[in-house]
Design a protein around this ligand. Sequence first.
Ligand SMILES: [Fe+2]
Length: 425
Amino acid sequence: MSTAWKRRAGLAAAGALLLGAAFLGGCGASPSDAAGEKVSVTMAPEALRQIVAADNEHGRTVMWQAETEEAASVEYREEGGGAIREAPAKSQRLAGTQGEPDRYIYEARLTDLEPGGAYEYRTRAGDRVSPWHPLSADDGGPFTALVFPDTQSQDYGVWESIAEAGKKQAPDAEFFINMGDLVDNGQDENQWQAWLGAAEGLFETIPAAPLMGNHEAYSLDWQTARPDRYLAQFALPENGDPSMPELFWSFDWGPVHFAVLNTQMAEISEWYPDLLSRQQAWLEQDLTGTDKPWKVVLMHKDPLQYRIASRPERKEGFSEEGEAFMPIFDRTGVDAVLSAHLHTYRDRGHIYDFRRDERGPLYILTGVAGDVRYPNLWTDHALDVTVAPQPETDNFMTMEADSHTLTFRAWLPDGTMLDEVTLTK
Ligand SMILES: [Fe+2]
């Protein structure tokens, strides 16, 4: 893992987020044959990462960070050799906070991959290049993915160890999902560096689908904040509403269409007042527009509402987010809904029209993958089918999909399986 964040700990907080975008390099990917070209393998991009594209049979986004700005690109070729293609990188300045320096965040969007293609990629600036790293395009067929619930932590070593446990459990995972609340404070760059460093072993080789949670929308003094730092760290699919780019989006992998919601209406409506109405309209269109056999929704806040023993006014039922979105899931035939935010693992079975009904989606609350735990906080819900043993430790999930089956498994870091559910059609 990177130790850059550790080296930089302890300095004073600095400055507001400053974003200055600039296009560097040429326009569009261009084939070239670099045989015989002299390059120096001395480029060491920090926090090198792959992010899912909307269409992962043809697309992938590669990102990294550096303390200097320079014209840069991503080069890629078929695994083992062949013609090198190049995608220009865009950079934006991200002001440091909590002792972290200002950095430039680079992103290059690859758009011309072949389905199922095995590639390798490297970063390039002038005649300096990084080593090659593997990159595989979705082949449209069966896949395994990893799902990590909230990773917000005091010590991101927990996230690093559960990422490693996930990789060990599912070495053939083709991508991973983070369910939001990636960090405890979304404006704390020191936490972001810790988070990125902990994910390094996964991030370079398989892409992430990172959701936004409410903690990505807090300021350093714990007020609400525009989630600009999260949005800078991840160049996400741009297929949501163009008036609020990358706040909600969707992507396909194999036989599954994933719709990624933004549940932060309470935190960011100051900046995006029509976030809910625009998202509802987009979601209905997005879910009816796909021809994939499976439809899965990913949302940070849970659609169910749980009682808390110390707050008798809080009733069992459904959250505002559930009331806003569940009728759309019912109308559009969503198969499964994964959520997070409550730091507990629960399988609630199928729910339709706000009651137990096999016609509706399977609702899974994915658990916790950081060190912030809420032991015995939530009272059981009448719709709970499986609840992880209490008090809970960290966990992760795997998801296996083919055209006819969709299997979710919840795992403890030591490889003990907590739960298993399979949908068939
Ligand atoms: Fe949360």
